[in-house]
Ligand binder design. Structure first.
Ligand SMILES: NC(=O)C1=CN([C@@H]2O[C@H](COP(=O)(O)OP(=O)(O)OC[C@H]3O[C@@H](n4cnc5c(N)ncnc54)[C@H](OP(=O)(O)O)[C@@H]3O)[C@@H](O)[C@H]2O)[C@@H](O)CC1
Ligand SMILES: Nc1ncnc2c1ncn2[C@@H]1O[C@H](COP(=O)(O)OP(=O)(O)O)[C@@H](O)[C@H]1O
Length: 289
């Protein structure tokens, strides 16, 4: 059994990609976002805003008209045309049962693209099922981001029965089960976040204020992770082992942004997204890297 290690600020600061003078928007990394829906349009805004504040060359947002309009109203920088990306964030604010065939097909194409992907909420089950029907052995280049209840549903789709009480009692063990069953990095959300890699890395992130338990904060985390993965595409292609520390970097950045936004008081998810740049700045200013 591998040991669990608490991920530190110094560890995380090394995974922030600072643009070089010869970089352009494409070389920095493009994130494709398939998030939000007519029922949950806000999730699209939260994930896209978080990606920008984490730092990325460009975000392509692909979604229905209403969330697209909200995203553009908040971030006119976003491109809504399909095209090449270095990574995907998929699923926040999407209800699998309500997926229209065209959008479902777009999601499957992204899952089959071989691009690294952050998979959240309503696409976790589809991911597991698609991997199984595609004959899925081996490891993927995906980070799955369930909360406890989503973990139970995800495991169910791989044929493993459990319940939320069991996961609450042994979250670390169940995160490992899910990583092994899915061949993917699993980031299990909560007051302590557990990150398990199918090849053995085991990382924890804690210290976020409990004020972070607020609607949409997981959608923000998806955008953070998407930006980190998009800006490290080459490192992931060279070694999928980069995904676990990237996932832990995202969780710790999210926690630090929540601390800054909260300063001891209540926060909303968009406040956390807006504090991400300040959290990164403080890492870069004090980093020994
Ligand atoms: N502004 C927006 O657009 C927002 C959009 N959002 C989007 O909404 C979608 C639905 O996401 P969701 O997590 O709210 O509901 P869902 O997965 O259906 O939960 C079902 C049941 O699971 C349980 N449960 C929930 N959390 C748990 C936990 N941590 N630990 C343990 N159990 C937990 C709880 O059951 P109970 O415990 O009450 O029996 C709950 O009733 C998703 O796409 C998301 O991205 C949200 O981010 C909000 C802002
Ligand atoms: N008690 C808590 N203390 C600190 N962080 C928490 C707590 N509860 C939840 N979180 C964090 O808040 C986020 C909630 O994500 P999620 O459950 O997906 O919510 P939503 O679907 O509303 O976005 C996760 O990043 C999780 O780690």
């Amino acid at each position: 059994m591998s040991e669990w290690t608490a991920f530190t600020d110094d560890d995380a600061a090394r995974w922030i990609s600072v643009p070089a003078p010869d970089d352009d928007k494409y070389s920095r990394g493009v994130l494709g976002a398939i998030t939000g829906s007519t029922s949950y349009p806000g999730a699209a805004v939260l994930s896209v805003q978080a990606a920008h504040r984490t730092g990325v060359g460009m975000v392509r947002y692909l979604g229905p008209r209403h969330p697209s309009e909200l995203v553009l109203a908040r971030r006119p920088e976003v491109v809504t045309a399909d095209g090449r990306v270095q990574a995907w964030v998929i699923g926040s604010g999407i209800d699998e049962q309500a997926l229209k065939p065209k959008r479902r097909a777009r999601i499957i194409r992204a899952l089959e693209s071989g691009d690294p992907a952050v998979i959240d909420a309503g696409v976790l089950g589809l991911f597991a099922e698609h991997r199984l029907t595609a004959g899925g052995g081996g490891r993927t280049k995906s980070i799955l981001t369930p909360h406890f209840s989503e973990l139970v549903a995800l495991l169910g789709r791989t044929g493993i029965d459990t319940d939320v009480d069991a996961v609450k009692q042994a979250p670390a063990d169940w995160a490992v089960r899910a990583a092994e069953a899915s061949g993917s990095v699993v980031l299990l959300k909560g007051n302590t976040t557990y990150i398990a890699d199918p090849d053995g890395a085991r990382l924890t992130v804690s210290g976020a204020p409990s004020w972070l338990a607020t609607a949409g904060s997981g959608d923000v985390l998806g955008g953070v992770l998407g930006a980190l993965v998009a800006t490290h595409r080459d490192a992931i292609d060279a070694d999928a082992g980069a995904l676990a520390p990237l996932a832990a970097t995202g969780a710790l950045l999210h926690a630090r942004a929540a601390e800054l936004a909260s300063a001891g008081g209540p926060i909303a998810a968009l406040d956390v997204a807006d504090a991400l740049g300040s959290a990164i700045k403080s890492w870069l200013n004090s980093a020994s890297h």
